[in-house]
Design a protein around this ligand. Structure first.
Ligand code: C2E
Ligand code: CA
Ligand code: CA
Length: 682
């Protein structure tokens, strides 16, 4: 701009006074000269010239001279004046030209300025627009925008921040760690600031913010590093979205997914989440898995509504006693209690508290019901380190407790797992053995101890050369009972016994063959149909077949058992009550159910020589059975002396190693040929 300007000198040199006085000076000079001329020229002339005519002539010349002189003077003066005027005019013209040029320059400059002003205006307008635009974005955004120093000091925030957090400008200059964060331990603001400096942007940081009304809001933040234009220092711009609604919905969904509908206790999903937290904290704890005994019975007999009420009541009681936080509905008739106490005496105390609750009397509508439960106890970290492992150990331990009888509690142990693995191997092998006919039938004779003749044969299953190496068929049977394979096993035995009899009709003749039938098979729907089919298929005389059942088969439902037994008997098949004396030993069954044979368990025979009580029991049982028209067989006779004693006590039929061990078919046939006696059937 400067170079476009120059100083304009408009100074024209003339004496103003001179110009102003100019007319007076020549006029005055002319007047004085004229006056002096008139005054002196005539006097001088009259003194010099005495001739009148000459005088007058000279007077005329003098007049002419005066005119000429004054004309010359006037001419000179006017000439001088004109010259000066001319000079001034020249000067003025030059100045004027300069002025015109300058004025043109000024006009050009003004035009340029105007142009610049216009573009400045445009720029200013544009900047204003941009500012407004940015402010609009900043303030109308439904995102909270907060600018803060890396130590947490708030520098600025937008309108939405003010609306949502209900603050005006008072938070500027304050640390948001102190003023906004709800759970101070959950987020380290200065650490976060450091992270933003390092990483430039940090995304999806969630925090709980308390607003000035005390409401807690869930916010998710994206943060980026910017430079403060004033101080040139790094600052953090955080863009936060309010996700409180979403989090509440999620919370509600999580609640729904983690709460048991019936008892309102937490469920297994909640357990999974929470136990992972316990594991993460590395804290010791004990878990008690509680399974109601005979819950199915309550449901079956009284209906599911009764079952539901019981579960609700027990759930409520457990919650009251141990707190909502620690109790879960595990599903079905099972509950779980988790406890951070780990010491033996604390655990014992918990077990006794639990047992007290679980064996309470409950009023379910009009029914007064006494419950009982089994408990499996698993400790962390002793009994497992990961969730799945702990859960499967809980199931295993509760199962073990249940199998041990009612109201039992069992602790998890490695042996337990070992035995489970072993049983799983048996289960697996047995599947193949059933398909590939790798099982074998042995027969143990039952003797008429008076005649020393074979009166019947008990079929006993054998599984030679099995890969598991299990020799004890009792163990295999108990595994098959747990897995349900027993039904297939019993069917296999029935079919193969019938096939054997059929094939060896000439030797077996009418010898009664007894077959052990498990409670599950006996109570299974199609058992009788199957039996009937096989009798038909092998043309077996039903009276030659005797089924050995135990008290386990009838204890659940006496009425149903009576019907089943009658139905079996109506086919012509005989029934014996095996292992009598090992469980309930209810004489009630003997009188009520139409058994043909009573087998007195080996445990009474073992001490029969010394134990007077056993002698009395065996003697009375035998005579009672006689009165009820039942035959008795004593099991496990090993010694001659036992046989003699048993004969003395009135027993006639016996089974045991003394007479013969269970024999393979070939030896059975030989024995039958040699020792077949009269049937027990009278
Ligand atoms: P159980 O029905 O009580 O069979 C008698 C058991 O006593 C047999 O054992 C037999 O070998 C054994 N025993 C017989 N006399 C004596 C003796 O004098 N001394 C001793 N110490 N034991 C004697 P085993 O064959 O090992 O069978 C065990 C159990 O397995 C049977 O007890 C029965 O409950 C079950 N079982 C065997 N075979 C079958 C079967 O085919 N089906 C079913 N469901 N269970 C079977
Ligand atoms: Ca038996
Ligand atoms: Ca037996």
């Amino acid at each position: 701009m400067d170079k476009n300007f120059r100083i304009l000198n408009l100074d024209i040199s003339y004496d103003e006074n001179e110009i102003k006085n100019k007319p007076w000076k020549p006029t005055l000079a002319y007047a004085i000269f004229g006056f002096l001329w008139i005054l002196f020229s005539d006097k001088i002339l009259s003194a010099l010239v005495e001739d009148r005519t000459l005088y007058e002539q000279i007077q005329t010349y003098k007049g002419w001279l005066y005119v000429i002189v004054t004309a010359v003077v006037l001419y000179v003066l006017i000439k001088m004046d004109n010259f000066r005027i001319f000079e001034l005019t020249k000067q003025l013209t030059r100045k004027n030209e300069e002025l015109v040029a300058f004025s043109e320059e000024l006009v050009a400059m003004e035009e340029e300025l105007e142009k610049k002003l216009v573009s400045l205006n445009v720029l200013t307008k544009e900047m204003r627009h941009q500012k407004e635009f940015i402010e609009a974005i900043y303030n109308s955004s439904n995102m909270v925008i907060m600018v803060w120093k890396p130590d947490g000091t708030i520098v600025n925030y937008n309108e939405h921040f003010k609306e949502l957090f209900k603050y005006d400008n008072e938070l500027i200059g304050q640390n948001w760690k102190d003023r906004l964060i709800y759970n101070k331990g959950a987020i380290d603001v200065s650490e976060l600031g450091g992270r933003v400096i390092r990483e430039k942007t940090v995304e999806n940081i969630e925090s709980e913010i308390t607003n000035s009304s005390g409401e807690v809001l869930n916010m998710v933040w994206n943060m980026s590093l910017i430079t403060d234009p004033l101080t040139n220092e790094p600052i953090v711009a955080s863009y936060g979205a309010n996700i409180t609604g979403e989090r509440q919905k999620e919370k509600r969904l999580v609640e729904l997914a983690t709460t048991d509908v019936l008892t309102k206790l937490k469920n297994r999903v909640a357990f999974d989440n929470e136990v992972n937290d316990w594991l993460y904290r590395g804290q010791n704890f004990t878990m008690y898995l509680i399974g109601l005994d005979n819950f199915k019975y309550l449901n079956d007999v009284y209906g599911h509504l009764y079952g539901d009420v019981l579960l609700e009541k027990i759930g409520y009681k457990l919650e009251q006693e141990f707190g909502h936080q620690n109790v879960y509905r595990w599903g079905g008739d099972e509950f779980l209690l988790i406890d951070d106490k780990y010491e033996d005496r604390d655990v014992e105390k918990k077990i006794s508290q639990l047992m007290t609750i679980m064996t309470k009397k409950w009023n379910i509508k009009e029914l007064e019901y006494r419950s009982s439960a089994s408990i499996g106890i698993v400790k962390y970290p002793d009994n497992g380190s990961v969730l799945d492992n702990l859960k499967s150990n809980l199931d295993v331990t509760l199962n073990h407790a249940k199998q041990s009888g009612k109201s039992q509690h069992k602790f998890f142990s490695d042996d337990l797992i070992e035995s489970i693995r072993y049983e799983a191997a048996i289960e697996n092998e047995l599947k193949g053995a059933l398909i590939n006919d790798q099982l074998e039938l042995y027969f143990q004779p039952i003797y008429d101890m008076v005649d020393d003749k074979v009166v019947s044969m008990e079929t006993l299953l054998r599984w030679p050369n099995n890969n598991v190496g299990e020799r004890n068929i009792g163990k295999v049977i108990s595994v098959a009972e747990k897995t349900g394979q027993i039904i297939m096993v019993d069917r296999w035995v029935i079919a193969n016994v019938f096939k054997t009899i059929c094939k060896n009709k000439d030797v077996f003749g009418t010898t009664v063959i007894s077959i052990n039938i498990s409670a599950q098979s006996f109570n299974s729907k199609k058992f009788i149909d199957y039996l009937n089919e096989q009798i038909d298929a092998y043309h077996i005389s039903p009276s030659q077949i005797e089924l050995e059942i135990t008290e386990y088969s009838i204890v659940e439902d006496l009425e149903k058992s009576t019907e089943l037994i009658s139905e079996i008997k109506s086919l012509g098949v005989r029934i014996s009550l095996d292992d009598f004396g090992t469980k309930y030993s209810s004489l009630n069954y003997l009188s009520k159910l139409p058994f043909d044979v009573l087998k007195i368990d080996k445990s009474y025979i073992d001490h029969i020589l010394l134990d007077k009580k056993d002698q009395a029991i065996v003697s009375h049982l035998t005579s009672l059975a006689g009165d009820l028209e039942l035959n008795t067989i004593v099991e496990g006779v090993e010694f001659e002396e036992q046989k003699d004693m048993l004969l003395e006590l009135g027993c006639r039929y016996g089974q045991g190693y003394l007479f013969a061990r269970p024999l393979p078919l070939k030896e059975t046939l030989s024995l039958l040929k040699a020792k077949s006696g009269k049937s027990m059937i009278s």
